[in-house]
Design a protein around this ligand. Structure first.
Ligand code: ADP
Length: 545
């Protein structure tokens, strides 16, 4: 029997696009490099801003790496993975978002010649991982401890982050606000983590408990961190008090109105009096709820849900101020600031649930809007940060800058160790890895050496951005590090990002939290490793050209 040609098996859709092997790896490397190139000029104190315009015509002006990458429309999957990095960095430590991308791009770039020399990606990967472990070990010896109770020292650290940002013009004020907000959210014990109090990352939850409220208008000098919380809401009835000292605060997350039945129910009334009875029943129900609340003698009642006019009437009669339809997150913050407990069923309300930690309740009008304040709190574990400024764009950029500063303060409170900035740490790591590479046998030496070389990208980019002769500057910096490493002393030589001179970072007081640096190095190398292990990119359907 004669057989015809073997039938072809189609596994992939013929329209799908596929890149395999070296081609896929090189494409990924190119994508990583391009993303890094996009924000390279945004690193350091001489950073440029980018202006991004979205489809709707909205404008964003910033030099924050994460904010830029979040907005740009990028297609390549590897490029998107790299962008995810800056997001992860932002969520984890809140800073170093530009550095992580620049470093990851470079680590990918140095792999290109190795792949072209036919080095297998798994060898590159394991050497990269080894270099990462060694770099992190080295950072621990290079770091210096910091006393978080020393305010002046904390200011210096926050200053380094802010110096590269738009808000640098209001440096002292921003530093003070960032530190105040963090210490407030952390609570009093956290000021002494060395004293045995273990603060975990979750306990300084800035996203939840330090809320930025932007009110356009006014001066930047009017920005402040409240010793309590504030939100945009008015009282439910004009006859209620707008200012109460030392209020007793009750917080609810249930409605104070007549509850409708679960499923649609029709009530048919045959006599006119029945209607009056029905209304009376409603009134009694609400009265009972209000009475439960009044039993704990509150001055202010806040609920996340509705509050009927009738309930408002009873509260006015009892001299109680009420606020309705508050967001859950705001209610949580009031609870932390005043010491109240949020209660669901009014009949379960106890005296212990009432918040008494607040010194002043006040409703103020700013511009056209009413704002409610719970301030002068004795031990506020939550706060609102009020930002005032000429326009929305200015306020948005200041908010981003302040967030960075707060994260720096938080990172130092949690891990009180610092590493020098200005490219000093990266150059010291490069020197250390470069020296160690000589002790590594076989082909792994090349990728290990390549990581050492990649770390130099940070001082190099800082030098590029401040407009000095890059080659001369980096050669000098490298020589200084070699010299001090030969002598066995670790001098943090780095680049003064404003003048481009090589200086001892101790004299410049440019320090960064160790947590940020470690996270940057880890994220950059690990994601580069991940991308290098890809040898096949299959995309569903090829786009028509
Ligand atoms: P990122 O988003 O990565 O934090 P930045 O634009 O804030 O990016 O730049 C941070 C880098 O700039 C760090 O490497 C830091 O050490 C460096 N840097 C900040 N201020 C100075 C300065 N005055 N001189 C030199 N380097 C600085």
């Amino acid at each position: 029997m004669q057989r015809g040609p073997a039938p072809q098996v189609m596994v992939l859709n013929p329209n799908s696009k596929r890149e395999t092997g070296r081609k896929a790896q090189l494409a990924n490397i190119r994508a990583g490099k391009e993303v890094a190139d996009l924000i390279r000029t945004c690193l350091g104190p001489r950073a440029m801003l980018k202006m991004l315009i979205d489809n709707m015509g909205g404008i964003l002006m910033t030099n924050d790496g994460h904010s830029i990458l979040r907005e740009v429309d990028i297609n390549h999957p590897a490029a998107r993975t790299i962008i995810q990095l800056s997001r992860a960095q932002d969520e984890e430590v809140g800073d170093g978002t530009t550095s992580v991308i620049v470093l990851a791009g470079e680590i990918l770039a140095v792999a290109q010649p190795l792949l072209e020399r036919n080095l297998h990606p798994t060898i590159i990967n394991s050497a990269y991982q080894r270099a990462l472990t060694d770099a992190l070990e080295f950072c621990k010896t290079f770091a210096r401890p910091v006393d978080v109770t020393n305010e002046a020292e904390m200011y210096k650290i926050i200053r380094t982050t802010l110096s590269t940002k738009f808000a640098a013009r209001w440096m002292d004020q921003m530093c003070r606000m960032a530190l105040q907000a963090v210490l407030r959210v952390a609570g009093p014990q956290s000021q002494c983590p060395q004293a045995g109090f273990a603060v975990t990352r979750r306990e300084i939850d800035l996203k939840r408990y330090a809320k930025v409220e932007k009110i356009p208008g006014g001066e930047i000098e009017q920005c402040e961190v409240l010793d309590g919380v504030m939100f945009s809401k008015d009282i439910v009835h004009p006859a209620m008090r707008r200012r109460i000292e030392n209020p007793r605060v009750v917080l609810l997350d249930s409605a104070i109105e007549y509850k409708k039945a679960e499923s649609a129910t029709n009530v048919i009334l045959s006599k006119e009096e029945d209607f009056a009875t029905l209304l009376k029943q409603e009134e009694e129900e609400i009265k009972a709820m209000v009475d439960h609340i009044l039993a704990v003698h509150p001055d202010v009642v806040v609920t996340e849900k509705g509050l009927s006019d009738l309930a408002a009437h009873f509260f006015v009669k009892a001299g109680v101020t009420a606020i309705r339809r508050l967001r859950k997150t705001d209610n949580n913050r009031i609870a932390r600031a005043t010491g109240a407990t949020i209660v669901n069923r009014t009949e379960e309300l106890k005296d212990a649930d009432v918040g008494t930690g607040c010194g002043l309740f006040e409703v103020k009008k700013i511009g056209d809007e009413y704002f409610t304040y719970f301030v002068h709190c004795r031990e506020p574990k939550a706060c609102s940060i009020i930002l005032r400024g000429a326009s929305k764009d200015v306020l948005n950029e200041i908010e981003r800058n302040l967030q960075d500063a707060m994260y720096v303060a938080r990172n130092v409170v949690l891990e009180p160790r610092l590493l020098p900035g200005g490219g000093a740490t990266e150059m010291a790591v490069a020197t250390y890895l470069g020296k160690r590479a000589a002790t590594i046998q076989g082909t792994s030496q090349w990728p290990y050496q390549a990581v050492a070389q990649a770390f130099e990208v940070i001082p190099r980019t800082l030098a590029e951005n401040c407009g000095v002769n890059v080659i001369r500057c980096i050669t000098q910096l490298r020589a200084k590090h070699h010299e001090s490493s030969e002598k066995g002393e670790l001098v943090p030589w780095g680049l003064d990002g404003l003048t481009g001179n090589i200086v001892d970072m101790r004299s410049q007081e440019i320090w960064e939290p160790m947590a940020v640096k470690i996270q940057t190095f880890k994220s950059a190398i690990e994601s580069a490793c991940l991308l290098l292990r890809i040898d096949d990119i299959v995309s569903g359907v090829k786009k028509s050209d």
